[in-house]
Design a binder for this molecule. Sequence first.
Ligand code: KG4
Ligand code: ZN
Length: 350
Amino acid sequence: MSDRLIVMGIESSCDETGVGIVEWAPGSSDGPVRLLADEVASSVAEHARYGGVVPEVASRAHLEAMVPTMRRALAAAGVEKPDAIAVTIGPGLAGALLVGVAAAKAYALAWDVPLYAVNHLGGHVAVDTLEHGPMPPCIALLVSGGHTHLLRVTDLGQPIEELGTTVDDAAGEAFDKVARLLGLGYPGGPLIDALAADGDPSAIAFPRGMTGPRDARYDFSFSGLKTAVARYVEGCERRGEPVPTADVAASFQEAVADVLTMKALRACADFDTTTLVLGGGATANSRIRSLAQERCDAAGITLRVPKPRLCTDNGVMIATLGAHVIAGGAAPSPLTVATDPGMSVQVSAY
Ligand code: KG4
Ligand code: ZN
């Protein structure tokens, strides 16, 4: 392998069109991967009036944003073309994935560079190596509008083991739905986070889903919690009482943070792992972060959280995973590789 490899990552699995460029330089003192460009175009504002991501709207927005985002990334990195392209092949929205993968294939063909089809979820974990260096075997907790996954990572270039996932709503989705119940806007996570700062997290004892002795150790469920919040709000309205929105937000947020961090720490203990990595847009949540830090400190576990911009969907995380996959010796993907909207995290690349 040459000393310096420029890897481009293309991301289009949900509502962010991302093109990131990193440099893989094994001999460098900055660590093996360095960020050269991070360009993201988001269609989140176009989904706001629907209260959630509309797949067709996202696909159309990717089509419009792909080439301009690519041009901005190349200009920012000061390169004419990369040495390799990595692209999110799944999991994600079918139509949205198609746009990024079609673009990646076209650029790979035109530039005559290898294509690496990679797993979006692995990207959320791998991106942490940019800031915090090589990653020891760890447990990763991914929480966003689209995912809630507890993962066991041994080597980023290899498939990741999924320990658990949500059996219903994703954690970020629960924030969005509860925000709608409380009459807040979209996306709901940041609004609940802000409102919760004025509330009492112990005011209302909302249920902690799937934490009983017979429940799956690492799976999550948030729909019962969401229903409990709805019943609570309805009860206030029926009695003609004002809804204590700040207390509801704080108590709901506490229930989500409690279950997420409890199961993540449980996985660390079960697998004798001393590193926990957080990823995904909902890790911007102040209580998820602070409770994770408190519990990791108490258990002697190192917590690694990428900066918020790299926690949400972006192309850099795909480029970074691509660099690890290439370094792991994977063969490039054929240009006939198909998108895989329901892709398991246990597959790292095609
Ligand atoms: O990773 P991301 O940008 O996109 C997805 O793949 O979904 O995550 C967006 C999700 C939304 O559901 C949003 O409500 C949630 O992350 N989120 C938050 C916070 N900031 C964003 N949830 C809780 N607290 C926050 N501060
Ligand atoms: Zn994501």
